[in-house]
Design a protein around this ligand. Sequence first.
Ligand SMILES: C[S@@+](CC[C@H](N)C(=O)[O-])C[C@H]1O[C@@H](n2cnc3c(N)ncnc32)[C@H](O)[C@@H]1O
Length: 279
Amino acid sequence: MKIIDNLRQGNEILKENNIPSYKIDCEILMSKTLNISREEVLLNLEKQIKKEDRAKYFNFIERRKKKEPIAYITNNKSFWRDTFITNKDTLIPRPDSEHLVEQTLLLIKNHQAKRILDVGVGSGCLAISILNERPYCRCDAIDTSKKALKLAKINAIRHHLLDRIKFYKRDVDNFYNDKYDLIISNPPYINKHKIKYLGTINYEPKIALDGGLDGLEIIRKVISKSKYLLKINGKLILEIGYDQKYKVVNFLKEKSFFINKIIKDYGNNTRCIVSTKIK
Ligand SMILES: C[S@@+](CC[C@H](N)C(=O)[O-])C[C@H]1O[C@@H](n2cnc3c(N)ncnc32)[C@H](O)[C@@H]1O
């Protein structure tokens, strides 16, 4: 059967199952099946595919039909200027988190050798994107999830950065080290009771989402700990939930942080706060 006929059948199945991105998803899943680019898929629509490839493709379609995120089916996600291996052990890198990368890069000149700490490294997308652009910086990366750290390490190896990132399996509460110039963190910040309403997000590990009863449990830990782990004038660059700005700003001020910048996402929601430890 031709590629185009398989795409059409896949489209029908996903459309019937309310997957809004059904067309592009089918193209991506076909490109994964045949191990060619999406462009090549579209250039070879009349080509026949083998029986075993058809079975593989419809196996992916079945997974997508059940709302499994594309990034978990393809084990791949683009973020900032690179692609990262993804699996069910970590959060899928989000376009919104690119604000955090952008703001961090604005604080470091190309020739500077800053020490960075990434709290909750997950797939490694934040630390790796930053180190890729700032060749003299080094990063320590912590996470409570052993499986996330394993994947972050694989991504670091793929980006030839293993000599500049050190990984620690540690809760931020129990991490003691020298002082850092910058701390970056995209901590879990979803209210515990709201996680189940988040649709596809349910495929992602709870530990990457669960911010406790008010969603702010880990954010507060990160801020409190950053007070000790940052040098004076060190920067904390934090991603937060769209409705957490006032509470987080107040907590930062309580802990003697100066608020430098509050960054909104493309939907006009506050998503990232840059602050300075002033004493
Ligand atoms: C929202 S994910 C962010 C992953 C990645 N940095 C990103 O931006 O895609 C949060 C990460 O924090 C980790 N985490 C949760 N609680 C933690 C804690 N108390 N200390 C350190 N890491 C924690 C989770 O395992 C998860 O990998």
